[in-house]
Design a protein around this ligand. Structure first.
Ligand code: PEP
Length: 263
């Protein structure tokens, strides 16, 4: 049975001085059986968040928001996957804000995926279409191409063993307050699983968790988790608010219980 995952993407928010306290508060408000919780703060807050969670609730994992596609070298300001040892066990790869702002291509994202799994990091691969692509009926083709580009050359068995998670995040829904419908997200999850199957994931329909991301809140998470093909959420803005995270994880726990994951 696939994990139910709620991952918090804090983006460029929090400082080493306040991140630990926020992580501690979220951990204490989201202690629900069967839900895999991950907090992805900025790099400079990884240590503070890790220390706070080790004390408050070691079941909450720490993730990075990005890694470089090389192992080391003259890449000023960048962070390589092995540098995260002891700081993070998960990493977000291919977020649309990095595709947009750092011109990340599918090929580059694929290299990052390999660096992530080589370093023992559990990757969350983000895919999603632009509004114009959805409006012109190209959403599924775009997401399929993103998956093909990023996963080309990767061994499905190895990726699965490293716990690959895919986040479907329609770009027009990220940070806009405009979310997709549960049915939209479920339809895309089916497309993603069909793409995985053609890429060699023989039972890809069953093993890879697919999250929805894009203006998720405690008020709308139920619409996504009511869909059997959706396994959780990648949460941006709302993940900085303990009340919101408490509501989102509480709803995720209902799904975890229904799936027999709650122990
Ligand atoms: C995200 O950062 O991945 C995200 C989905 O952001 P938001 O929830 O703010 O739309």
């Amino acid at each position: 049975m696939r994990d139910v995952v709620v991952a918090a993407n804090w983006k460029m928010h929090t400082t080493p001085a306040d991140a630990g306290e926020l992580a501690r508060t979220i951990a204490s408000r989201t202690r629900e059986p069967g839900v895999t919780r991950v907090i992805c703060p900025p790099y400079v807050c990884l240590a503070a968040v890790g220390a706070a969670l080790a004390d408050a609730d070691p079941d909450v994992a720490v993730g990075a928001q990005n890694i470089h596609h090389e192992l080391a070298g003259a890449f000023t300001g960048e962070i390589a996957a092995p540098m995260l040892e002891g700081l993070a066990t998960w990493v977000i790869v291919g977020h649309s804000e990095r595709r947009r702002d750092a011109a990340e291509t599918d090929e580059l994202i694929g290299r990052k995926l390999g660096r992530a799994t080589d370093a023992g990091l559990r990757p969350i691969l983000c895919v999603g279409e632009q509004l114009s692509e959805r409006e012109t009926g190209r959403a599924t083709d775009v997401v399929d191409a993103q998956l093909r580009g990023a996963l080309a050359g990767h061994d499905p068995v190895e990726m699965t063993a490293h716990g690959l998670v895919i986040a479907y995040e329609p770009v027009w829904a990220i940070g806009t307050g405009r979310n997709a419908t549960g049915a939209d997200a479920a339809a895309m999850a089916e497309t993603i699983r069909a793409s995985l199957s053609t890429l060699g994931w023989a039972d890809g329909a069953d093993v890879v968790p697919i999250l929805y991301g894009g203006s998720v809140t405690s008020a709308n998470i139920g619409a996504f988790l009511a869909e059997p093909s959706i396994d959780g959420a990648l949460v941006g803005g709302a993940s900085l608010k303990p009340d919101e995270m408490a509501g989102i994880v509480a709803r995720a726990a209902i799904t975890a219980r229904a799936r027999g994951l709650a122990g």
